[in-house]
Each structure stands twice: as C-alpha cells, then as structure tokens.
Design a protein around this ligand. Structure first.
Ligand SMILES: *Cc1c(COP(=O)(O)O)cnc(C)c1O
Length: 874
C-alpha cells in the first residue's frame, strides 16, 4: 500500500481516514511478523536470507523490505509456505535466535557487581533523525546514521537505551537529476502502517496521544510509533493525526523541510513531546523512567525545559533547583563547528511558546529564553541558539573527535570567560560505526573461514601471513569492486532513463567502470565545506588521471544537496556535467540518491575513500570508517577522525594549506596536492604488482587498516565510551541530586550556587608570596606559594585556590599548564584568608605561575561548571 502511493506528493488531497489492510499470516508463519518488525534483520544476514528465500525477485522488487514483502505475498504462496515443514522450522529457529539475542545477558549485564550499581537503568537518546535502514528513510546524513548506529550498538552491548525522534511523513527527499544535471527532489509519502513500526496504544486499544500546547489556544497532538531496534525501542512522534488541525498535521511532514516556526514546532514536539512520550511509554510498558537524557545535537534541547517544568509543577522545585537536577543528568553532544549547522530561532518567536497565555507558573519565560541566549561577545541578542541551550542544560558535553573537541572548546569559549580554552567543559568521544551493518558479508565470510573470533575482534588475525592469504584478500577486494560496478551501472541506467534517454542511447552504460581499475569513492551531503568539486579544480589534470593508459583511476561519486541550497545544487550540476562528457564517462560516475542501500555496496567496493573538507569543519566523518572496515584505504584531509588515527600506513593525508587566507588559492593548493598524491602514491602503489600479479604493498596497507582501524572505528567502542565517560557520571550526578524524594541534593546545590554567585563580586586574589627557590631555580626545587585571598561572605570551603603553573612563552603566556590546589592556612578579619602549598619544579626552561580562585562543591561536573573564576591581576 505504501508503495502504491509513491507518486503522491504532499499538499494534495488528504484522505480523512486511513487504514491498512494487513496480510493475515497463517499461524505456522506468525513469527515472520515479529522477525519483520524487529529491525535486527537490518544487520542480521540470516534473517534477511530467510525473507529472500520466500521470493527472491519479489524481495528485490520491494526494496528488500520484509514488511512490504509479507504484504505483497499472495495467499496461495503463504499457504504453500505454511505447508513447507522445513521452512516453518527455519522460521522457528530464526525467531528463537532473535529471542535469545533479546534476552541473554550482554556486555552491560556482564559488568562486575560493583560496576553494575553505578550503571544507569535507562538512558533516553534524542535525535532529530535516525538512519537505521533505507526501509525507514528518517535520516538525511551523518547525524542520523550515527544515531542509528548508536542504537544498534547499544542493543548489541545490552545498554538500556530508548531512542526518541519524529516520524516524518515523507522522510528526507529522494534525489534525481534533470537532463542538465540539476537536482530534483521528490517526497514519496510513507504510510506508517506499511513500515516496520507499531502504534503505541492505551490499554483500551485507542492510540496513545501526546499533546503540546501552541500559542492561540491551539494544541499539537501526536501519536507515538515504536520501532524495535534489536533490544532498543525507538519512539517516533507523528503529528499527522485526525485530532490535529491541518497546520498541526503538517508539523512532522518532512525532515529539515523548512525553517523558522515550522522547525521550532518540530523541535518542541521532539523535545517536549518526546519527554511526554517517554512518560507514556513507561506508564504503558512498565519500562523504567530514564535516568540520563542524551541530546544528539541541539535540536532536542527543549527536553530540558520540559523536565524543568515537570519538577517545578509536580515536585514544587524552584526553577534553579530544577535546572540543577536536570543538568546533572543530561548529556549534550555537539556535532558541528559550522554555524549554519546550528539551529537559531528568533527569541521573540520562542517567547510566544513559553510566555503570554502559554506561561507556566514557576517557569518564567525570561529564564527559558536565557537558556538559549547569545549573550556572549559577538552573539546576536535577538536570537535563541539551540547549541547554547544544549550546553547550558547539559551538565556534560562532548564533541565527536579529538580535534572537534578542541575546536568546540575554542568555538564556545565565550560562554566561560576567564577560563583557558582547554578548560572549557566540552570533552570528546570519537564517533564509530556499526560493523554488522557496514561490513560486507563476503568479507565476514572470508574472515570467518580463516580466523578465530578472537583474531577478528582484536584485528590481529589480519596480520597473520597464514590467515587470509594475499591471493584471497585480493580476490575478495575484486569481488567487492565488481559488485559496486554492477550496482553503479544499473543505477546509472535508471538515472539516464529518468533523465530522458532512450534505451538505445544507453549501450555505453554496459561498459562504465571496470572491476580491475583503481576505484576511488566520494559520497556525502553537499554543504560547501565538504568541497564536492575540489577534484574538478583542474579538469584536465583529473582527465589525465582517469584516462591514464597504464594506471587509470575511476571515481564513483554521490551526494544530496539540501533542497534549499542552490549553491550545493550548482556544485552537483558542475560535477554531473563533467561525468557526462563522452571521453570520461566510463571512468567517472555520479549516482543519484545516496542512501544507506547505496552506501552498503559503495563503501566495500572502493579501494580508496576520498574526503577533502575544509579543515577543521568536518567534526568527525564516518563514511571513511565504513570504508576502512571493508579494507578500503582513506585518502583524506587531516580533519575529524582522520586527524586522530592516520598513522602513515593506513592511507594518505592530503596536506592542508591551513592559514592560507585566500580560499581560491587554498583550494588550488590542496587540489594540486591531491592530484599529486593520487598519481605518485595511490595509483603507483595500486598498480605495483609482483610476479603473480598481486599488489603486495597495497595489500599490506589493507591488512594494516583492517587490523588497526577495524577495532577502533566501531560504534561498540563509541557506545562503551559514552557509558563510561558520560552516562555513568551523569547517572551519579542525577542520583545525588534527585535521589531523595525531596530533591535535597538539587535544592542544596542551587542554594549554594546562588550564594556563590551573589558573593563572587567580593572574591579576589589580594597578594601572592613565594619562597623556597634561590637566586637560580633548579629542577627538583620546591616553590612555596602563599596566596592572600578575599572571600567576602564566602568561606574557604566554598572555593578552591589554585596555582596554575607551567612553561611560559616570551609573552608570559602559559601554554599547557598544571593546576595545583593550595590549602587554607590562616584566617584574618574581614573575610580575608591565606592559602598555601608547594609546587615542585620538574622541568627546565622558562617557568611561570599564577593564582586563581574557583568555586568548589562536590556537585559540580567540572571546574568551569559555575562559570566563575577570580584570576590574580597580572
Ligand atoms: C555514513 C553515511 C553518511 C555520513 O558520512 P560522513 O562521512 O560523515 O559524511 C551519510 N550518508 C550515508 C548514507 C551514510 O551511510
């Protein structure tokens, strides 16, 4: 049914009622329904095989979608299957395997008793998009795929996560091209009844409803659909319901479909409605209430406001107390250093949703607005910034690679004046990808035949000469490349038909690409900073690389531009026009409609994965990780994850022209470096064969990549890092503030912060003395430091007095430094105190130190938590 309405676009006639006629499965096959509705099939090949076996052609026709397959089967076929003893037995075994996967203790359950007590019982993970399978097209790119991989890996590890998102009526758009290479968007309407989803219902069977009040007395209603991602439930709110007026029904029409108020309403539904959906889910299923809330990017920031409202109206907390309770248990992940990637709304628009007739007692609109205020230097006071709200509501925040963490600390340092960038409380956890989703099963099979499970898990098996032989590895790489070539040809043919070519004109497509030519892939969204067309900087140079008689290169390219981004569409057009040229079209292709389905063939088929963003704007990047898991070598600017894990043997680093101001010149320099690398290193090595025709050096790089990057780039590593470094501390913080029925911890912390904020104006470093070091300081000497501090009304227990010391530059700047606490040693009248302590000089060279005072409390998540510091005057 959903397939039949593919041609309908939004904005046309809407049915007033809708229902789906479901296939009634014979009892013997009843379990197929569960298998189709648990998305574990998307990363479990045996389950997919079971569906494929029912009817291979039909399965391909319905886009390898188990729910659609079951819906399309004729009753006679079902009856025949029900009578097939062997098939019924396989269904039974497959569902038993699923049940075992769903119930057996996994990594999380296998932690030691001690550790288990500190693990959160439930974590809510909010994201505006989730990329789990192409059957559920609720994603646009990296952010969504990451969220999908996060849930899948959490499921594999047994981490008790609940995903929360929106169900978009048309998901993200499908991309096709005009004859002239211009991107065309279509929005096939999805029918939730035809998707692998289950409507959440009240006990009496009626659909459960979440509501969010809108200005002017309107109410936004949403139904909640749940998807089963292995062990992890994903709740998706859908506003296309009969209770809504027309405008409200459209709130979840499209992913990233508009700006302004439309987007704001989506984010209110995601944040506020999402928390309400979780409450409803717990009430109906008995699932534990989440202890930790994780925002994947700022879009879901209003979840914090909703939790503050709950505490204020239901538990009688004051705003500040509620804010502390919420902050302690909230994690915020920032994903972009590109300002355009951050949602900002007019503050006065946001005010309409939390003020006036919408205002809630105890939740003053000014306080809500302050959470997103750009009140730092250079900020726009008229705007409300979702990333800033994320940072203010998230007691713990992180970027998504080491480099991105550092870039984010610099970018947001305005929120923590007085602190060094290095102390801005944003850590990093490098992204990862879900191996069972992204590793081609042929590679899995080859590995399983030759290596032990342990050798595969550690990666070490790939280094064994007598494991997978060079010949088998090279054979495998060729098979994967050939599979991509096949797929590319059929996609290209379909695209040209759509572009108006007749089959007679398309004979050349049969010879496009070759399974024996060095294959470079480039696929990603098309924001300017990713520089889709850098490779076209010198078209003649590119042409000669493609057409080299001895060492040719072929390029497979894909990517969608945001519908509102005409500049991105121009880049696509420029590229497509080049790929259309008759002399090169067999060596360079642009494949429309990049999605998960395409990606699963593309990554394994490429020998080299190219990435050339404008450093440092790529926060992490994950496509290169998926290539690496399949033995692809990365050729990338040192940005995001590659800056961290490039080691000289796992691929190539394209030198950046950092610091070159003129962007044109920078592109020229970097493109030229790229061409040189491809020609002199990449192609040279790929075609360097031994007597038996094997590229021995190349294969050693492939092995090295599989062995060393393989384990690191996995999302199980990432999720385990989140558990250890963010979820456990957030749960501990949350428990200490919310643990008692009266929220004593939150009340006490809020009162203490208020006292410290009020008293801080009087805190200063009056005078610092030092001794213990003679005329000439020597390594090993001990410097005694004594600082006289005015604390006004505050007591020495409220603060930490610190010596910040280290190597200094000629301008007396402390580059990297160490912090040592001084102890209170004397108290004088009028709130004055002395603090003292020792610093050992353990390195030679120019040394400097300063003294500062920061607030101290066991409830603080970092030294910069309160944002107050009194530095010694220089
Ligand atoms: C992995 C993936 C992305 C994200 O790739 P980046 O390298 O982060 O740009 C986007 N789209 C699809 C379909 C993917 O599989």
């Amino acid at each position: 049914m959903c397939r039949a309405c593919d041609l309908r676009t939004l904005g046309q006639v809407r049915a007033i009622r809708r229902f789906t006629v479901r296939t009634l499965l014979p009892v013997e096959l009843g379990d197929l329904d569960e298998l189709a509705h648990n998305l574990r099939w998307s990363w479990h090949a045996p389950t997919r095989d079971l569906f494929a076996e029912i009817d291979r052609d039909l399965f391909t026709q319905v886009g390898r979608d188990p729910v659609a397959l079951l819906g399309a089967l004729a009753p006679e076929r079902l009856a025949a299957l029900a009578g097939d003893e062997a098939f019924v037995q396989r269904v039974r075994e497959t569902v038993e395997d699923l049940h075992h996967y769903l119930s057996a203790p996994r990594w999380y359950q296998q932690q030691s008793d001690d550790a288990r007590g500190s693990l959160p019982t439930s974590i809510a993970y909010f994201s505006p998009e989730f990329g789990i399978t192409s059957v559920l097209p609720q994603y646009s790119g990296g952010l969504g795929i990451l969220a999908g991989d996060h849930l899948k890996s959490a499921s594999d590890l047994g981490v008790p996560i609940v995903g929360v998102g929106l169900l978009y009526g048309a998901g993200y758009f499908k991309q096709s091209l005009t004859r002239d290479g211009w991107q065309v968007e279509t929005y096939p309407v999805l029918d939730p009844d035809g998707l692998p989803l289950t409507l959440v219902r009240e006990e009496d069977g009626t659909p459960a409803v979440v509501t969010v009040d809108l200005p002017g007395g309107r109410v936004l209603h949403a139904h909640v659909w749940s998807a089963a991602v292995g062990r992890v439930p994903l709740l998706m709110l859908d506003s296309n319901v009969p209770e809504n007026d027309d405008a409200a029904r459209r709130v979840t029409d499209r992913l990233y479909g508009g700006g302004g108020e439309y987007r704001l309403q989506q984010e209110l539904l995601l944040g506020v409605g999402g928390v309400r959906a979780l409450r409803l889910w717990s009430r109906l299923t008995g699932a534990p209430e989440p202890e930790v809330f994780h925002m994947n990017e700022g879009h879901a920031g209003f979840l914090g406001v909703e939790r503050i409202r709950e505490l204020v109206t239901e538990k009688g907390l004051g705003f500040d107390e509620a804010l502390e309770a919420v902050r302690a248990a909230t994690v915020f992940t920032t994903h972009t250093p590109v300002p355009a990637g951050i949602d900002r709304f007019e503050a006065k628009l946001v005010a309409q949703y939390f003020g006036g007739d919408r205002a809630v007692e105890g939740l003053p609109v000014e306080r809500v607005l302050a959470l997103g205020a750009e009140d730092h230097e250079g900020g726009d006071p008229l705007l409300f910034n979702m990333a800033l709200m994320g940072l203010r509501l998230g007691g713990r925040a992180n970027g998504v690679s080491l480099l991105h963490g550092a870039v984010s600390r610099g970018m947001f340092s305005g929120l923590w004046p007085g602190f060094d960038d290095a102390e801005v409380p944003i850590s990093s956890i490098t992204n990862g990808v879900h191996a069972p989703t992204w590793v081609d099963r042929r590679l899995v099979d080859v590995a399983a035949r030759a290596l032990s499970a342990d050798e595969i898990a550690t990666g070490n098996g790939w280094l064994r000469e007598d494991g997978v032989s060079d010949r088998d590895l090279w054979e495998l790489r060729r098979t994967l490349r050939a599979q991509l070539v096949e797929d590319a040809r059929s996609r290209l043919r379909a695209s040209w038909k759509q572009r108006g070519a007749s089959p007679a004109e398309l004979g050349w497509v049969d010879d496009v690409l070759s399974p024996d030519v060095l294959t470079i892939g480039f696929a990603r969204r098309v924001p300017t900073y990713k520089r889709l067309t850098l490779m076209l900087r010198d078209p003649e140079r590119l042409r000669s690389l493609l057409l080299d008689p001895d060492k040719p290169v072929q390029l497979v390219i894909a990517g969608k531009s945001h519908p509102a981004d005409d500049q991105g569409k121009r880049l696509i057009q420029q590229l497509v026009r080049f790929t259309d040229e008759a002399d090169v079209r067999h060596r360079i292709v642009f494949l429309p409609n990049y999605d998960i389905a395409m990606a699963k063939t593309l990554y394994p088929g490429c020998d080299v994965w190219l990435n050339n963003p404008l450093r440092p704007l790529e926060a992490c990047g994950t496509s290169g990780m998926k290539a690496a898991l399949n033995g692809g070598l990365n050729l990338s600017i040192l940005d995001g994850w590659w800056d961290e894990w490039f080691d000289g043997e796992n691929g190539w680093a394209i030198p950046t022209a950092d610091g070159v101001e003129d962007p044109d010149r920078r592109d020229d320099l970097e493109a030229s470096a790229l061409y040189d690398l491809i020609e002199n290193q990449v192609a040279a090595r790929f075609y360097d064969r031994d007597d038996s025709g094997l590229p021995v050096h190349w294969l050693s790089m492939v092995r090295h990549t599989l062995a060393t990057l393989g384990p690191k780039v996995q999302a199980t590593r990432m999720v385990a890092d989140y558990v250890q470094h963010l979820y456990v501390p957030a749960a501990a913080g949350g428990r200490s503030l919310n643990g008692s029925a009266d929220f004593d911890g939150a009340r006490e912390l809020a009162a203490w912060k208020s006292k410290v904020r009020t008293g801080w104006a009087q805190v200063r470093v009056d005078h610092v003395e030092s001794g213990g070091v003679g005329e000439v300081a020597k390594v090993g000497d001990t410097l005694h430091v004594k600082a006289y501090i005015s604390l006004g009304e505050l007591s020495p227990q409220d603060v930490e007095v610190q010596v910040v010391h280290g190597k200094v530059s000629e301008a007396d700047e402390l580059g990297s430094f160490t912090v040592a606490a001084l102890e209170p040693s004397e108290t004088f009248e009028a709130g004055r105190h002395a603090f003292s302590g020792d610093v050992r000089l353990d390195a030679s060279g120019p040394f400097g130190y300063t003294v500062r005072v920061v607030p101290k409390h066991k409830g603080l998540s970092s030294i910069a938590d309160v944002g107050l510091v009194a530095n010694a005057a220089s």
